[in-house]
Design a protein around this ligand. Structure first.
Ligand SMILES: [Zn+2]
Length: 231
């Protein structure tokens, strides 16, 4: 779990990592970190692109009394409520990232839940990459709550914990216990979406056996996981 030191500069660093890894363009995307007591988050200010993002563009937001971004001198990201609601649902998560990375966004716009075609995918998801539920009619007053709900509804139906989700018609969210894990998961999801897209171009319905898929997932994620180092 994340410690309380330098949370603002850590939030700045992870926001820059989105662009360093070519996971978004312009000012699409944002990242946040949460403090140890899970009472405050640090998130990029609204409408700031990577080139202009400085420490003063990271906004501290108190979770319990957050009403609207208009109460802030420097407005936090328009997606702040989505981050807050996700932290409430994902109790072990210390960092959340949202981006419009290319292949994840293509599949989210196509309203596709990419099925598992190979072990790269199975290392992260024991099933499809989930996609949030459809928003048909926007609630003008509570749009961001509605988005958060559309994500959480889908997560509740998924059997295992997942490292991220496609945001339908929009982009992608990824998370982790800290910034490194969240960026790692965002890179992995983008890569898996790219593999899915390109595999689909040459084979209509590729199949991985259920046994191989589950073996890979649980080798890396199950109780008896043995992939990687112990610490
Ligand atoms: Zn977005």
């Amino acid at each position: 779990m994340i410690d309380n030191k330098n949370l603002k500069s850590r939030a700045l660093k992870v926001n820059k990592e989105i662009y360093k890894n070519n996971l978004s363009i312009l000012n699409f995307g944002n990242a946040s970190v949460i403090d140890k007591n899970r009472s405050k988050i640090y998130i990029k200010a609204s409408g700031i692109g990577e080139d202009k993002c400085k420490l003063s563009n990271i906004v501290e937001v108190k979770i319990h009394n957050f009403k609207s971004q208009n109460h802030y001198k420097i407005k936090p990201s328009v997606d702040t409520i989505i981050h807050i609601e996700l932290y409430r649902h994902l109790k072990n998560v210390g960092c959340i990232i949202h981006s419009h990375s290319e292949f994840s966004t293509i599949l989210s716009q196509a309203n596709i839940e990419p099925k598992c075609f190979g072990t790269t995918h199975a290392d992260y998801f024991n099933g499809p990459i989930p996609i949030s539920t459809k928003i048909v009619k926007v609630d003008n007053e509570k749009y961001e709550f509605q988005v958060a709900k559309s994500i959480i509804q889908r997560l509740k139906k998924y059997k295992e914990n997942v490292p991220g989700i496609l945001l339908r018609d929009h982009g992608v969210f990824a998370w982790g216990k800290n910034e490194a894990e969240a960026i790692h998961n965002l890179i992995a999801i983008e890569y898996i979406c790219k593999l899915y897209f390109k595999t689909k171009m040459i084979v209509k319905n590729p199949k991985i056996s259920k046994s191989l898929k589950s073996f890979h997932f649980f080798r890396k994620n199950g109780k008896g996981k043995y992939y990687g180092q112990n610490n």
